[in-house]
Design a protein around this ligand. Sequence first.
Ligand SMILES: Cc1ncc(C[n+]2csc(CCOP(=O)(O)OP(=O)(O)O)c2C)c(N)n1
Ligand SMILES: [Mg+2]
Length: 658
Amino acid sequence: MKNNLMNFYEQSLEIRYFEEKLLQLFSEGKISGTTHTCIGQENNAVGVISALKKNDIVLSNHRCHGHFLKHTKNFHGLLYEILGSKKGVCGGIGGSQHLFFRKIFYSNGILGGNAPMAAGLALASKKEKLNKIICLFIGDGAFGEGTIFETLNLISILNLPILIVIEDNGIAQTTNTKNTLSNSVEEICKSFSIKTTVLKYEDAINIYNKTKILAKDVRKNKPNILVLKSTRLGPHSKGDDTRPKKELKKIAELDPLKKLERKIKNGKINKTRKKIQKKIEKIFNEVKLNTVLENKFEQNLENLNKQKNLNYLTNEKIFDNFNGKRFGEKVNFFFHHILKKDKKIFFLGEDIDDPYGGAFKISKGLKTKFNNQVFSTPISEASITGLASGMSIQGFKPIVEIMFGDFLTLTFDQIVNNISKFHEMYNKGISNPIIIRTPMGGRRGYGPTHSQSLEKFFLGIHGLNVYALNTLFPIQNIYHDAFQNFGPNLIIENKTQYNFILDDLKKQEFSQFSIKHDIESFKTELSLTNFSDDKATIITYGGLTELIIEYVFEYYLETEIPIKIVSLAKLNPINIKNIKNSLKNMDKVLVAEESDGKYGFSSEIISNLSEDKECKNIDFKRITSNKGVIPASVDLEKKYFINKDKLFDIMNKLLDNA
Ligand SMILES: Cc1ncc(C[n+]2csc(CCOP(=O)(O)OP(=O)(O)O)c2C)c(N)n1
Ligand SMILES: [Mg+2]
């Protein structure tokens, strides 16, 4: 389509009439939920996106219809979506705010949430030399969000091909943003050393002309920001406009359509309006009568995530003899192996460069050997996680190190409201199997904010896979599984494990146990009776595994009572059947977890098993750490966590072994 006055006018009218019709349907009660129209801001969508290429990627927010319609032309798909139909672009799951189309359009209703993802898409585009621009639309209200600042910093230091368009309409919902922002958005952006251009209430043509110039710059990997002073002529959503009538009358004068009309000959205006009105009516009628073909949304889901090249994980001998070495060195070696074998793996995290090599040395040597695949990031847990998501959508396999598990809380919104949802929310059109790995747990004297086991907060999240390393279960099988998931993965490591000397573990109590791995079920079972005569079972995971082995061995020496151990390497989703298979003829079960246990792993396992008739004869108990803040003092910390005395005591109670 030619970029001329009449075309811009027609496209703006299309968006205007489409949204006016939507509002009408809402008022008639024919659509439920919510919607945010861009009435008064159509010129932004038309002007900016006309200056982009067809395959450039556009990201947007709650006020996304205009951007979507201009970039995808899929009027039917959007209307079906808003009506909740399966024929909608997101199968009716996304609705008005959560749109997706063929990997060229993404919107999400969490303000600022997809900014880091945009940076990740841009980094992927730059690394792969795709010559694509990533264009992110955000509002001025989003400038209260931390992810925006983290992302501005990231795109500036990484020189990413990203154009951020700020639709600065001076209002967020009903609040004047003058009252909530410390400075103008352009001044804030400039402070990140990003070229920032401001256009004040311009029509689509002027916006187009300016964007064309900026886009050239962006394509050369120079991030740019375009601030478009705009007017939201309508309410925030459907009827929530608290602005005085006088103000509304004043801003109506700034209607960008009127501005275009002033440049058009009178005779043409009415004719064009009628033509576009007819076009939109036709679309609404077709959708109403359901006469449009099945959605033309050609997603080849079969090919989405077929990871064909993961043989280096399961078909090759990765580890030589690690006797005498620490588990942390083994994990570090593993990353050397996979970064070498798979150039799509991208390792990122805070302070991971050499010579330091990360707070626990797990990344030591990686930067030196694999410079292009390793990125020591700013201290921005949320945004580096979102960045990884954007990269993974484009086929990379990012591994994000979160320095301490405690800091995982900063990634929570990215995981819950963004990354774990995308696969389903975007109608299975994308997969983003990033890996977030982090050390959890205490016993190092690090105190209240560096010793917690917070995984329980991440165990019930749909779409998030959670694994826990132990020194026995093969790491490579965990990564093999994780890379093939459609959504994100959290891999819990443990600070104490890094220091275990693998050889020592073998020589001592380990050698007394029979060990069975069930790779498919992510389960390791240990028994002192070759699985014939254990009197109780302890179910645990991660860093407690080795500790429980030690205690169970000592308990046996003291009481001659053998206890079986089941260590799980995958915590979410859990497969209760697999756990049940390890409990045949067992009537005493103890579940051990290092957190304080409330609403956690043990609660979930015990409640699931209790609901199962076949487990009705089992007595359950759990052992966890104490309640409260984790003390830094060595003595207090020892009392806080699970220890030998506590375990013996609870085991005696379970077995009636007074
Ligand atoms: C993280 C988050 N907080 C709050 C909201 C609720 N909300 C939706 S839109 C909006 C105002 C956004 O203002 P702005 O970014 O200026 O965009 P505009 O609506 O003006 O286009 C708010 C508060 C949200 N969707 N996400
Ligand atoms: Mg606003």
